[in-house]
Design a protein around this ligand. Structure first.
Ligand SMILES: [Zn+2]
Length: 146
């Protein structure tokens, strides 16, 4: 049996749905060790979901930043570089475009990196709440005795 783990992203702006594969699993003969997910598979799936979600959020954020919020004109690209964003599942490498400020904001010759600025200022919520024991509890399910 082949199992595909996919995510579907629906835009608020009416763009077509984006379906991305996160992982695939092959299961053949049922054995205790092949029943369900291994911890490594679960971690890999979560890391894959995190990567796709962050990429989509970054793309949507950059699409918003591309237009000047004052006059609505499109800002020009100066270039692009990569930034590293840390998550509980590892480091994500994201493409970070550099844009020229609009002429209504400045003389139009200065530039900025909206995504890099945002990532520097945003401390992921998950840094505060993530603990390995909580992740393990999440992955195995709670075992309450009533
Ligand atoms: Zn403008």
């Amino acid at each position: 049996m082949k199992i595909k783990i996919q995510i579907t992203v629906e835009s608020d702006k009416g763009q077509p749905k984006v379906v991305q594969e996160v992982a695939h699993l092959d299961r053949f003969i049922l054995r205790p060790e092949t029943l369900g997910l291994t911890l490594a598979e679960a971690r890999s799936i979560l890391a894959g979901i995190e990567q796709r979600v962050v990429e989509q959020q970054a793309a949507e954020f950059m699409a918003q930043q591309r237009t000047c919020s004052r006059c609505g004109r499109e800002r020009s690209y100066k270039g692009r570089h990569h930034i590293v964003f840390r998550t509980p599942f590892g480091k994500l490498r994201l493409e970070s475009p550099r844009l020229y400020h609009c002429q209504c904001e400045s003389d139009g010759r200065t530039s900025f990196s909206p995504l890099a600025s945002y990532c520097r200022s945003a401390v992921p919520r998950s840094w505060y709440i993530w603990r390995p024991s909580l992740l393990l509890l999440f992955l195995t399910g709670s075992q309450s005795s009533s």
